[in-house]
Design a protein around this ligand. Structure first.
Ligand code: PBG
Length: 320
């Protein structure tokens, strides 16, 4: 036999030599949930090992991430109060600005990214303003831009709009530039699908929509060409990095976005992707560590430069 692919699989050293994809701590970003109060570490039932943290506890977890070699955290806020227009989301003393300041003060050496979206701050749980049961696009842009500004003023290193309103990257870019934050990059959730895999997150951020669903703004899971159009628009509006979300059911989209645009491309391995592996592992049906690392490696192989994942700190420890 002339060709024997197994020749290159015969030893760990040979396998290492011909390995095409790498996964390292520097490819990972740890999402963290922050809530008001002190000494709060409230377990999120549907996401084992994840917590809603008060700022003092958040500092500890961000240090752990940093010390494991994770280059960034992304923050999600659970505010004290919610209303129809997301007032608590634009407050200079709100939960995210408070958390950002604490991290910038007390945890040097890690990037602080913030999720910019209304759903965590609205009582109706939608990602934009609502009128007569409809999600309004253009009026939401101003609120999103003010939210991003409040994060930037507190010291955020990167802002990441996840709302899927049309034009929000441009609106946020203009607001940031208008105040001199020309060097703060945007990480756009550019191709974000209306996915069942966000289920556990909605427990974590206490942000499920109170009526209807997100299908009028998040993408139809059936569409790939539309994802490329979405990314193209965000790039035109000034997105510095683009994201595909979720990751595992959309590996084809990650690959196409990376090939087409060649931009720094992120993928969000979302709550449901995490929890399904955790649940199977808890039942003894999967080897937890091997499954988690295989999921992350596959997302890198598909073309993601970095991955937002609830395994970030732990996986960084495994990877050394
Ligand atoms: C906010 C937002 C969501 C997630 C990230 N940002 C929820 C949603 O769109 O419903 C989901 C993250 C996850 O499931 O891990 N819009």
């Amino acid at each position: 036999m002339i060709h024997r692919p197994r020749r290159l699989r015969s030893s760990p050293l040979l396998r290492a030599l011909v390995r095409e994809t790498t996964l390292s701590p520097s490819n990972l970003v740890q999402p963290l949930f922050v809530r008001p109060g002190k000494k709060q570490r409230r377990p999120i039932r549907s996401m084992p090992g994840n917590f809603q943290l008060s700022v003092d506890e958040l500092v500890k977890d961000a240090k752990k991430a940093r010390d494991a070699g994770v280059p960034g955290v992304i923050l999600f806020g659970i505010p004290e109060t919610k209303d129809a227009v997301a007032t608590s989301g634009t407050d200079a003393d709100g939960i995210i600005p408070t958390a950002v300041k604490a991290l910038k003060d007390r945890v040097p050496g890690i990037l602080v990214m913030t999720d910019v979206c209304l759903c965590e701050y609205t009582d109706h749980g939608h990602c934009g303003l609502v009128e007569d049961g409809k999600i309004l696009n253009d009026p939401s842009l101003d609120v999103l831009a003010r939210m991003a500004l409040s994060h930037a003023r507190a010291g955020a290193d990167v802002v990441a709009p996840s709302d899927m309103m049309d034009g929000r990257v441009g609106a946020i870019r203009a607001a940031l530039d208008g105040e001199g934050f020309t060097d703060i990059p945007t990480l756009s959730y550019a191709a974000k699908y209306a996915s069942a895999f966000y289920g556990p997150f909605r427990d974590a951020a206490e942000s499920p929509p109170k009526f209807g669903d997100r299908a009028s703004y998040q993408m139809d899971p059936a569409n790939a060409l539309e994802a490329l159009r979405e990314v193209a628009l965000d790039v035109e509006e000034g997105a510095d990095m683009v994201m595909v979300k979720p990751a595992l059911p959309y590996l084809d989209i990650i690959r196409r976005v990376k090939d087409r645009f060649g931009l720094p491309t992120a993928a969000y391995c979302v709550s449901g992707e995490f929890s399904m592996v955790e649940a199977a592992a808890a039942n003894g049906w999967l080897d937890r560590r091997r499954a988690a690392l295989e999921v992350l490696l596959s997302i890198r192989r598909a073309g993601a430069d970095f991955i937002l994942t609830y395994w970030a700190t732990e996986a960084a420890g495994w990877l050394g």
